[in-house]
Design a protein around this ligand. Structure first.
Ligand code: HEC
Length: 218
């Protein structure tokens, strides 16, 4: 008797599974039977559509003050010469100079974003100045050699005179990568630093230079 029940049950299972595989579509491009469709298709508002749920009637809301985009590191400097110097004193590069990945990425960034003006070797003779744009100083010259990483980051972030801001084009990390590559070029071009006492202090030179920083994007 028990065997008959068991066989009947197994037969029912077989019938049910054959029937369900026949009912349920095997075409993966078409939606199948939907259980509780409201959960899959909830009401929504398009970004720029009006919206009765908010006081100002629009769907797109301003972020809360102080909101930081994911992955963004806030930079507490203004586009001023003083802050360029302060960045030089306070901001340290997160990357070691012997970081091969940073150097390779920096080389890519430099080739794509900097050589147009600064030239492939950083000498300041890229195609753009050759066509009349004010030529940048050589990145291998003493001034750029002595410029601290943090100040260079400030230059790339906010610009400096005719040097435009690159904060819109390059992430913070890529700006640091580019600086690693600039340092690599500088090291290759200056094999032995001469041990001469500087006649003007590096700070004075930096201050004179930083007096030229224009406004820019943070
Ligand atoms: C549109 C041309 C242009 C591009 C592109 C450009 N620069 Fe410049 N850069 C300049 C000019 C011009 C100056 C000189 C600014 C000044 O007179 O203070 C300069 C200055 C600099 C300085 C300061 C040098 C010093 O001795 O004061 C650094 C560092 C620098 N650029 C790095 C870069 C890097 C890295 C990139 C690529 C991400 C880049 N620049 C892209 C034009 C450019």
């Amino acid at each position: 008797m028990g065997r008959v029940v068991l066989n009947g049950f197994l037969l029912l299972v077989v019938i049910l599974s054959v029937a369900s595989s026949w009912i349920l579509s095997s075409d993966p491009t078409r939606p199948n039977f939907e259980f509780l469709p409201q959960m899959a298709h909830s009401p929504r508002y398009n970004t720029f559509a009006s919206n009765p749920n908010f006081a100002d009637g629009s769907t797109l809301q301003r972020p809360e003050p102080g909101t930081i985009p994911r992955g963004h590191v806030p930079l507490h400097y203004a586009a001023t010469p003083q802050d360029a110097l302060r960045a030089g004193e306070e901001l340290k590069s997160p990357l070691e100079l012997n970081n091969l990945r940073a150097r390779q990425r920096g080389e890519f960034v430099f080739a794509n974003f900097c050589t147009a003006c600064h030239g492939a070797a950083g000498a300041g003779n890229g195609p753009v100045p050759q066509r009349g744009y004010p030529a940048p100083p050589s990145l291998l010259a003493e001034h750029a050699l002595k410029m601290k990483d943090g100040q260079m980051f400030h230059v790339l972030t906010y610009g400096q005179n005719n040097m435009p801001s690159y904060s819109g084009q390059l992430s913070g990390e890529d700006r640091w990568n580019a600086i690693v590559y600039v340092r690599t070029m500088q090291a290759a071009a200056t094999p032995a630093p001469a041990p001469v006492a500087p006649s003007t202090s590096p700070l004075k030179a930096a201050q004179a230079d930083a007096a030229k920083v224009p406004g820019g994007q943070p």
